[in-house]
Design a protein around this ligand. Structure first.
Ligand SMILES: NC(=O)c1ccc[n+]([C@@H]2O[C@H](COP(=O)([O-])OP(=O)(O)OC[C@H]3O[C@@H](n4cnc5c(N)ncnc54)[C@H](O)[C@@H]3O)[C@@H](O)[C@H]2O)c1
Length: 300
């Protein structure tokens, strides 16, 4: 018996890359899957029903349950339709994996308004809108049955968002926003029995091959394929099992043979004047103390 037996979930961007790996693994663990994918090109242009349809057909071929959904994750009605389709088809919803997205890389001084808006929209709004409708559904269930719902949401951020990446200001900002959204939503919905965690994956997909080139991503003959997207999916699937019902508000990096537990911003050092406002000149003096815990002080 699989670890997701009887559960129903949605994987956005499930037609290709990481989403396809997640959907196939979660189905093989017993879940029924709504495979969402708009099916556009690597830069988000166009649409094609084949991406979601093929993953859904491949899941059915292994004897599990899946239906395709072609909605745009960032569309208000589209995302609502996706949640409704899961409930109408399988009678319930237990998990939501937000994964869909695309890149339009450019340095900040060359970036167009549409490159900025489209990437922020698909990632940040594309996480918010499905979450909006899924959490509203689960809150209703909570009220109706008067007990926690035991649901899981997994977000997909990026190390570009955690650490910054030159050439991806739109994408990094969207992904940092997703990481912050995950922590905030986790706090809002814990009382209903909904948990929210964020992964930052590393894998060879058309997105990364396009960014880094195929050569950097291919496996050596006979060696463990560290960049296989299938390496990321087990932790995503685990986060949606009942065994992980105590994990929420966390951020992970996963890929290769690793899962890394991340820790966010923390206060490094504080200077206080003591019940009075600093002057600019005083701060110029005091900055040495502010940065004193750094090995290399940004001091003159
Ligand atoms: N591959 C990596 O190493 C890596 C690293 C960090 C983060 N990520 C993130 O992982 C996620 C998956 O990316 P991937 O690498 O598998 O890329 P991918 O291009 O192979 O897959 C992304 C999928 O999302 C779909 N999609 C795009 N816009 C959509 C929309 N509006 N509605 C519905 N579906 C849409 C695409 O059609 C595609 O099938 C993305 O959020 C990406 O930013 C990937």
């Amino acid at each position: 018996m699989g670890m997701l037996e009887g559960k129903v979930g949605i994987v956005t961007g499930g037609g290709r890359g990481l989403g396809r790996s997640h959907a196939l693994l979660m189905a093989s663990e017993g879940a029924s899957i709504v495979v969402n994918d708009l099916g556009g090109a690597w830069d988000g242009t166009g649409s094609d029903d084949r991406a979601a349809s093929e993953t859904a057909a491949d899941i059915v071929a292994i004897g599990a349950n899946a239906v395709a959904n072609f909605d745009d994750v960032a569309d208000w009605e589209g995302a609502q339709n996706m949640i409704n389709q899961a409930v109408a088809t399988y009678g319930r919803l237990d998990f939501l994996v937000c994964n869909a997205g695309f890149v339009r890389d450019r340095t900040v001084f060359n970036m167009s308004e549409s490159e900025w808006d489209s990437v922020i929209r698909v990632h940040l709004k594309g996480h918010f809108v499905p979450t909006r409708w899924a959490t509203a559904y689960w809150r209703e269930q909570f009220k109706m049955h008067d007990r926690p719902v035991n649901a899981s949401i997994v977000y997909t951020a990026s190390e570009a968002g955690l650490f910054g990446n030159a050439g991806q200001p739109n994408y990094s900002a969207a992904k940092a926003g997703i990481a912050a959204l995950g922590i905030t939503v986790a706090r809002e919905v814990e009382r209903y029995g909904i948990r929210v965690n964020t992964i930052n994956p590393r894998a060879r997909t058309r997105m990364t091959v396009n960014t880094f080139g195929a050569d950097r991503m291919t496996a050596d003959e006979g060696a463990f394929d560290v960049n296989d997207p299938d390496n990321v999916s087990p932790w995503v699937a685990y986060l949606c099992t009942d065994d992980a019902s105590d994990i929420t508000g966390e951020t992970f990096v996963c890929g290769s043979d690793q899962v890394q537990l991340m820790q966010g911003w923390k206060r490094e050092h504080r200077i206080r004047k003591g019940n009075d406002r600093w002057t600019v000149a005083e701060l110029a003096e005091a900055r040495a103390e502010l940065f004193s815990s750094r090995r290399q002080k940004p001091d003159r």
